[in-house]
Design a protein around this ligand. Structure first.
Ligand SMILES: [Zn+2]
Length: 617
């Protein structure tokens, strides 16, 4: 076990589970026939929608949903004709489920020994942040109760789902959110572990292993944003926090370590502080004459200023609570979640803001002691009020050391910040537009009989044959699919070299052949139509946009007659040498022939050998 910090996670009552979301590289989207290969292109149009929270089947409205819809945001969707049809716009019912996507999830499920359900029932999961045009995400449970083995121990896989990917957020402000619609509907596999992950390093091990298994299916999309993790983490005295959408698997341990640090430090702060109440009030009248430009602008627009008193926090607002994150940020998050940019407080240089007098007056009203902090929130009347209320509620918990259960987002420096309340349970109902899919016994058997070799197994099998380094590069290559297709028909080492060396080198020179072209070229090579030393030439031609690179290479390829003629000539010119050295002259002669004709050694050798044998008797 490798731990770079000295916390005893067992002692802390550490609990952690992860949920992995991986986009699948299928021929089409999950519920329509648009392609999943997303490119960096300009949108072809846009439309907008408003979404409202409605009660679920149990009559309750989801808290997270309500918070999102209460903001009355306009959702703008950028539409891409290559990747979108009417299904993504929610103007047409969904098509049948992509069988390729379902097969991939079934295959993965069996790779982790999970039990496949008898019938796949598509459900609608309520989502009102605008990331789905319909206001819900289609999801279906595919398998349950799997497990994976890691060096640190077994971890159970609780459930595996097949879902549709949401639209990607493009930009967001307090009144509108702009989404890219091209991503919506890409098949997504979701894998949830139980909470038995033992420490941050173990979480990394689990995430890496699941990633490796996903890539082993050959259907995992690669590249930025194609895999995301949600992390559930808590310590005994803290609370369950869900960190959403973390993309950097290799640093998941850092993220978790810092979240544990945050919870631990906040619990300790609670023990340190005397239990006191945070006070708050509308103090707009004290700022009417202010010289501060920002606040005076807010008030001119009929805004308001709310003040809060945090007892005993002087000197603590800038105290680090995890990594680079300090305590004040913990409170500012709640203002931001309510559409307010920030908080001004007495632990800052108020002279810089020309607010010294105003804060003195507020301090008098609140009977501020030296150890107390006064904070102010200035904004649009309603926003200032709700933000002040949210910050006050959060600040009150600092005094008891209570960690709120909530959804948090990962920051660049691996700390986390408050995003929204945890989603409630009332958020699923059946999708009646799509009939359930029965998984027959024959189907399950077929899946079991065709489980792919894992990349780990492939690496171990190939390392002696093609070398450790090449094997390692190969299993990490995005083009491993090409290897899988041709490894039985051509020399493995040559093939691996072409995939991990030749193609990337050409790409770095701006000569990128498409996967389809590379496949055609390898097929011609496997059928002995073109020679090994023409693989690169053909790939170059393909990258340059030549329609049929194989044909082009064949045309330029030296004919049998030409090879024979060159061999005959070289042999004639070197009769003396052949007399002296016999068959040993072959190497030198071979070099001469190759200098004269652009042919593969493997074609020259047999011709030369035959002629030499004839000459030397
Ligand atoms: Zn579509």
């Amino acid at each position: 076990m490798k731990l770079s910090d000295n916390l005893d996670y067992g002692e802390l009552g550490f609990k952690c589970g992860i949920e992995i979301h991986q986009q699948l590289d299928t021929d089409r989207k999950l519920f329509c026939h648009c392609p999943v290969d997303l490119k960096d292109e300009n949108a072809d149009g846009r439309f907008s929608r408003y979404l409202n929270a409605v009660a679920g089947e149990q009559g309750e409205t989801d808290e997270a949903a309500e918070q999102a819809s209460s903001k009355n945001t306009e959702y703008i969707y950028k539409h891409y004709s290559r990747n979108n049809c009417l299904v993504e716009a929610d103007e047409e019912p969904p098509h049948e489920m992509s069988e390729e996507a379902l097969n991939t999830v079934l295959t993965f499920s069996r790779m982790v020994d999970a039990e496949i359900v008898d019938e796949i029932q598509v459900m609608r999961k309520l989502v009102v942040d605008g990331s789905n045009t319909s206001g819900f995400q289609r999801t279906s449970m595919v398998a349950l109760d799997g497990e994976i083995e890691t060096e640190t121990g077994k971890v159970a896989i609780e459930d595996i789902e097949l879902e549709e990917e949401s639209a990607g957020i493009h930009e967001r402000d307090s009144n509108k959110a702009v989404y890219d619609l091209n991503r919506l509907g890409v098949p997504l596999i979701e894998i949830g572990t139980d909470a038995s992950i033992q420490n941050p390093e173990h979480a990394r091990e689990v995430a890496m292993k699941l990633g490796m298994l996903l890539r082993s299916t050959g259907k995992a999309r690669r590249g930025l944003g194609t895999i995301r993790q949600d992390v559930n983490v808590s310590i005994e005295d803290g609370s369950r926090v869900e960190i959403k959408g973390f993309q950097d698997v290799k640093n998941i341990d850092k993220l978790i370590r810092l979240e544990v640090e945050r919870q631990k430090n906040l619990v300790e702060l609670g023990e340190e502080l005397e239990d006191q109440e945070v006070l708050g009030d509308n103090v707009t009248h004290l700022f009417e004459e202010t010289d501060n430009h920002i606040i005076s602008a807010v008030l001119e627009n009929d805004g308001a200023v709310y003040a809060l008193k945090f007892p005993g926090l002087t000197g603590k607002m800038k105290q680090k609570i995890s990594g680079e994150r300090y305590l004040a940020q913990e409170l500012v998050d709640y203002a931001k979640a309510n559409g307010v940019q920030g908080i001004l407080h007495t632990d800052e240089d108020l002279e810089k803001y020309e607010l010294v007098e105003e804060f003195e007056e507020v301090s008098d009203i609140f009977d501020k002691k030296d150890e107390d902090v006064i904070a102010a929130i200035a904004a649009d009347r309603e926003k200032a009020k709700t933000a002040a209320k949210a910050v006050k509620e959060r600040a009150n918990k600092l005094y008891t050391g209570e960690i709120p259960e909530e959804t948090r987002g990962a920051e660049q420096n691996f700390t986390t910040s408050y995003m929204r309340p945890l989603p409630g349970a009332a958020r699923m109902y059946p999708e009646t537009d799509i009939p359930p899919v029965r998984i027959t016994e024959e189907k399950a058997k077929e899946i079991d009989q065709n489980l792919p070799e894992t990349l780990e197994e492939k690496h171990d099998r190939l390392k002696d044959e093609i070398g450790e380094q090449l094997a390692e590069q190969l299993v990490n290559s995005r083009k491993i699919g090409l290897f899988n297709k041709f490894e039985d028909s051509v020399d493995k080492k040559d093939l691996a070299n072409y995939i991990v060396n030749t193609l990337p080198r050409l790409e770095s020179e701006g000569l990128k052949a498409s996967e389809e072209d590379s496949e055609k070229i390898l097929k011609a090579y496997a059928e002995d139509k073109i020679e090994k030393n023409h693989l690169e030439k053909a790939s170059k031609l393909a990258a340059e946009g030549i329609d049929d690179p194989v044909e082009e290479v064949l045309e330029s390829q030296v004919s049998e007659e030409k090879v024979e003629e060159a061999v005959r000539k070289v042999v004639e010119e070197n009769e003396e040498m052949i007399e002296e050295q016999g068959m040993r002259a072959q190497g030198a002669l071979m070099g001469e022939v190759l200098a004269r004709v652009d042919a593969d050694g493997s074609r020259v050798a047999p011709v030369l050998q035959k002629l030499l044998q004839k000459k030397t008797g």
